[in-house]
Design a protein around this ligand. Sequence first.
Ligand SMILES: Cc1ncc(C[n+]2csc(CCOP(=O)(O)OP(=O)(O)O)c2C)c(N)n1
Ligand SMILES: [Mg+2]
Length: 375
Amino acid sequence: MTYTQTQDSVTAGVPDEGDTRRVLEPDGSRVPDAELDPWIADLSPHELRALHRDMVLTRRLDAEGVALQRQGQLALWAPCRGQEAVQVGTAHALAVGDFVFPSYREHGVLLGRGAQPADYVLAWRGEEHSAYDHRTINVAPPQIIIGAQSLHATGWAMGAQRDGSTDVAVAYYGDGATSQGDVNEAMVFASSFRAPVVFVCSNNHWAISEPVTVQAKYPIAGRAPGFGIPSLRIDGNDALACVAAMRWALDRARRGEGPSFLEAVTYRMGPHTTSDDPTRYRDAAEVEAWAQRDPIARLEAYLRAEGMLDDSGMAEVARAADALAAEVRAACIGATTRAPETMFDHVYAEPHGGVERQKAEYTAYLAGFEGEAAR
Ligand SMILES: Cc1ncc(C[n+]2csc(CCOP(=O)(O)OP(=O)(O)O)c2C)c(N)n1
Ligand SMILES: [Mg+2]
């Protein structure tokens, strides 16, 4: 199973939705896919409801992140609204020992890995060098350098391979990242060494203000086979397709078949970050069209039609989402802000003359402001 573009879509240009694989239509109706279906046949009603619940929780916590930034409690937030299915669906397929190398937008992946309330916000508040202990949830710090995590994931995977483990590394990045050298170099290495790594590209149609059509004249999933890496182009707003594709990719990696590439076609409903105003560069009509393909409403419609979710179940999920948001807010506001000069403290494990000098200079600089607040 790998992505191949049809002649029709080649002549029509980059296909948007036409050739994505899905098992749920936007209205929630189930459609068969002979290759994806076996990977999700065992999903119990409990697991299906958990997928829905985690997506609702992700959306709620994302809204809280935006609100906290607007209220001056966070320096920045990168919203993930609209991308909940690919994040929650792929994370659901992971095993405990797998290791995730995320971008800055993967709040739903963190949730799927068991993040604690503070884990979502401390880095964006500037409180710690990293937001969490990466060994607790097997997630590397959120990567800001576009695409760099693809190399880290590939290196980790090559290490796991040499250890004889069946753990898999996963790199999450965006459509824009696929233009970076790092991502392409990672794919060459992963392919050459058959590294147990899955590349998950969330094609949310925009790299800040750059539309994906500028960077990709050919579907992104279609590039991977050129590296010798099988790929799938899936509907990134179909949580079940995301679980299925991820299980396929993880299984290949665990059986020693090497890397896989998933292009999840989705849409960034909000701004790039809280510093961005997308109305300056994109049409409201485009956003509205994608609102009709909402990932949460889609799974909800399916679960309701199957009798697995009702109003009281929905109300319970909404309460859980509000409770999580309250915990995240409390963890954010209650964080102990350390003195600015402590940022020099853990650069090296042992004392370092250069860092000590910088710390002394910076402390003297801060002392120059003493008494300012009183004036
Ligand atoms: C190496 C590097 N170049 C440029 C930037 C600035 N930058 C931050 S986000 C971004 C766009 C990334 O787009 P995409 O990969 O599609 O991910 P998305 O933000 O849409 O999730 C850019 C260019 C950066 N952080 N790192
Ligand atoms: Mg993007």
